[in-house]
Design a protein around this ligand. Structure first.
Ligand code: NAD
Length: 439
């Protein structure tokens, strides 16, 4: 099917991560007709806000930080997206990330549009008091721009549950009513959802489990390497280990370990928690004497001959430079943007199948949606209920994207974008098109 709409919906993007996302969208546009009105609507954000946030520092001085909140598109519901505190934050970056969130929410069929926020700051240089003042000041500045029916922030780079708690508290003070549904990723005691912390790993696990029979693979005969042993990677490694996969390698920023016969992941997690590192500490204690292992670099981990490779650390890990040396059969992207679009083409030519971030790591935003639903209904779910619903959602969307990829003979990545574009196109079309107004 060709797209009759020439031109691009691509918003001006800054970093390579976002320009890669755009390249992928352009590819998907070849398969889906979303209509010229929809393209026109998606060309620019619905609203962008720039604010100045004054903060009284511990030494008595006053500093003013720049903050942003962008609501890209709300045709599928209130907008949703994280807030990052980082020295590199710019309006252009926030607009681009909000554009990307619009697609991520559509892939999982969440009733949300896309948004993003940020403050240009190095939070590591702030004291706890200064960080709290900044978080509350940011909400003071954007309070009229957000709300549980309008725009719902969440954590992102260098923001966490405690910061979300302060933000919810500040918004509630301004509105003079407790409003837990204005922010997700909150501490449990402030209306957070059970299962939010493990949601990204759990979602990826459900997606992998859905695909294994389609790929004709059994966990016990499947070797796995995981790059990044943090919140997402370590939990996923353990879920896979407990389901019978042979996790042969894991790594963190310091390096990794490899054992051909499989690693004992719960022990690696224990050691990592106790020593803050993986490298060369795997074999302290009793497990050590039983399992031969090698210390490897992150570069070596990526190039291992394994069935499944899981980048779960940073963006741009597999590029045109190393793609040709990748030996894994399947790659599940848990990190955002770990593979560049140039590397995508090389992997495809080698027959390596990639399962995209926009689907695989969407468990986090899905449980954020569950948190918002629980806040609004006042009825809180058990962990089993959260995971049951997450499983249902991840399985359903993974199945749909698998079918789309088969029907269109395209990659799972292109199929995911096709899926999102189709849903966005429908939402925009129902508001009327040129044809409706001409007839
Ligand atoms: P995290 O900070 O908890 O963990 C990151 C891990 O990567 C750490 O173990 C760190 O040591 C390791 N790391 C850093 N640099 C590395 C390198 N060069 N090589 C190998 N490992 C390295 O972060 P996280 O929350 O687990 O997020 C990981 C990735 O998943 C990010 O790309 C993030 O955007 C993405 N993601 C996370 C969530 C979530 O809910 N946590 C949701 C969606 C996407």
């Amino acid at each position: 099917m060709s797209n009759p709409n020439s031109g691009t919906i691509a918003h001006q993007v800054s970093g390579s991560l976002l320009s890669d996302a755009n390249t992928r969208l352009e590819k998907a546009l070849r398969y889906v007709t979303i209509g010229e009105d929809a393209i026109e609507r998606l060309r620019a954000p619905k609203a962008s806000l720039t604010v100045s946030i004054p903060v009284r520092m511990d030494d008595g001085s006053l500093r003013v930080f720049q903050g942003y909140r962008v609501r890209y598109d709300d045709s599928r519901g209130p907008t949703k997206g994280g807030i990052r505190f980082h020295p590199g934050v710019t309006l252009d970056e926030v607009e681009s990330l909000a554009f990307w969130m619009t697609f991520k929410c559509a892939v999982l069929n969440l009733p949300f549009g896309g948004a993003k926020g940020g403050v240009t700051v190095n939070p590591k240089e702030l004291s706890k008091f200064e960080l709290e003042s900044l978080s509350r000041g940011y909400i003071d500045a954007i309070a009229d721009f957000i709300g549980p029916d309008v725009d719902i922030p969440a954590p992102d780079v260098y923001t966490n549950a405690m910061i979300m708690g302060w933000m919810m508290d500040q918004y509630s003070t301004i509105r003079r009513q407790i409003t837990p549904g204005v922010v997700t990723g909150k501490p449990i005691t402030m209306g957070g959802s059970l299962g939010r912390e493990t949601a990204t790993a759990m979602g990826a696990f459900f997606s992998i489990q859905t695909l294994m029979p389609k790929l004709d693979r059994k966990p016990s005969e499947t070797t796995v390497a995981v790059q990044g042993f943090g919140n997402a990677g370590a939990v996923l490694a353990e879920l896979l280990y407990r389901a019978g996969y042979k996790v042969v390698a894991v790594s963190d920023s310091q390096g990794g370990v490899y054992a051909a016969q499989g690693l004992d992941i719960p022990s690696v997690r224990q050691i990592k928690d106790a020593t803050r590192g993986i490298k060369a500490v795997y074999c302290r204690g009793s497990v050590c004497s039983q399992i031969d292992h090698e210390v490897i670099t992150n570069g070596q981990l990526l190039e291992l001959d394994v069935d499944i490779l899981i980048p779960a650390a940073l963006e741009n890990q597999i590029t045109a430079e190393n793609a040709d040396r990748i030996q894994a059969r399947y790659i599940f992207e848990v990190a955002n943007g770990p593979i560049t679009s140039a590397a995508d083409a090389i992997l495809e030519s080698k027959g390596i199948q990639v399962f995209p971030d926009i689907l695989v790591n969407a468990g986090g935003v899905t449980v954020s949606y569950f948190e918002w639903v629980q806040n609004r209904s006042g009825l809180y779910w058990s962990l089993e209920e959260v995971n049951r619903r997450l499983n249902e959602k991840m399985t359903e969307e993974t199945e749909r994207i698998w079918v789309t990829a088969k029907e269109l003979s395209c990659s799972m990545r292109t199929a995911a974008y096709v899926h999102a574009l189709d849903r966005l196109g429908q939402a925009l079309r129902t508001r009327g098109t040129r044809e409706d107004y001409r007839s």
